[in-house]
Design a binder for this molecule. Structure first.
Ligand code: ADP
Ligand code: ZN
Length: 292
């Protein structure tokens, strides 16, 4: 059985065809321009591909409330051409198939929960540190939604005592995304993140913020596994620094087997950067089951 997968990002769209085992059979990436230009290309790609359903993991915020009149819309986004855009409605009308819809990070969490490192645990979170910071939450067999959906990349942080950078988030002077996303690293240190590899201070400060986020998520959500992905997490030296800082911030308060084995609790994404698109395949599969 074939499924379509669309990872809708602010800078690029990843389109793929996969099967029920999460195997990606073909994949294409196109830049995100205006909906008028980009949606035509997306529809062209998925038309005549014999897919049973499509799953979309989207940048956001998005409306995931099935009872809402704006269900399936991208709502407020800094990408102005896409504000209030009905992405699900447009694709449903063109393709006439069931369409699963969730946030890009929830899709990645679902990919890891279905086929990756979260497969054998009852709950987990997926944190991406890339152009933005986002968190997807998988709990008791489903993705967490609420009033909207978690926007945990914008949790507030205590500033590192030596950090005088004002952050890049237009909404918050001291949120996780504003202080620890790829663009914030590059603006603070005036260099591409990848070129800062050997600058220990950069990664200590980065780990200081990522660990604060993780401690807050452990305390509020109590996940069984914490998976970190996104471009910045390709700096693997971050992992030991993050684990050390988590221990220090938690200060012995929570005592579980996981907290005694952080090497297996706080881990890198396991699906070679395909966790998002594979999660979209699963979103498609689940939507087909939901509509039957
Ligand atoms: P997106 O978040 O747009 O989906 P990425 O997850 O690749 O894309 O994140 C892009 C950001 O990650 C950029 O700001 C870049 O600085 C940073 N980045 C990408 N690759 C690396 C790397 N190898 N090391 C450190 N930072 C990286
Ligand atoms: Zn913010």
């Amino acid at each position: 059985m074939l499924f379509g997968a669309l990872e809708a990002g602010g800078t690029k769209m990843v389109l793929a065809i996969g099967n029920e085992n999460g195997e990606i059979l073909e994949q294409l990436s196109i830049p995100t321009e205006t909906p008028e230009i980009t949606m035509v290309k997306i529809i062209d790609y998925f038309n005549n591909k014999q897919i049973e359903a499509l799953g979309i993991g989207s940048f956001g915020p998005i409306d995931l409330d099935r009872t809402s009149v704006t269900y399936g819309h991208i709502t407020s986004t800094p990408k102005l051409a896409w504000v209030d855009y009905d992405i699900v409605g447009t694709l449903k009308q063109a393709l006439q198939i069931p369409i699963g819809f969730d946030t890009d990070v929830n899709a990645s969490a679902l990919g890891e929960a279905t086929w990756g490192i979260m497969k054998d645990v009852p709950s987990g979170i997926y944190i991406t540190i890339g152009t933005g910071v986002g968190v997807g939450v998988y709990m008791n067999g489903s993705l967490l939604h609420g009033m909207l959906h978690p926007e945990a990349g914008h949790v507030l942080m205590s500033k590192h005592p030596e950090d005088h950078f004002e952050g890049v988030c237009p909404y918050h002077p001291n949120c996780f995304e504003g202080l620890a996303s790829g663009p914030s690293i590059e603006k603070r240190w005036n260099k591409k993140a990848i070129e800062l590899k050997d600058n220990q201070k950069v990664w200590e400060m980065e780990a200081y913020y990522i660990a604060q986020g993780i401690v807050n998520y452990i305390l509020t959500l109590s996940p069984h596994k914490i998976v970190l992905g996104g471009g910045v997490m390709h700096q693997e030296q971050l992992f030991p620094l993050i684990r050390k800082e988590v221990v220090s911030l938690m200060n012995g308060y929570i005592k579980t087997p996981q907290m005694n084995d952080l090497d297996r609790y706080i881990v890198p994404a396991s699906l070679q950067d395909n966790q998002g698109i594979m999660g979209c395949i699963q979103l498609a599969k689940l939507e087909l089951e939901y509509t039957r």
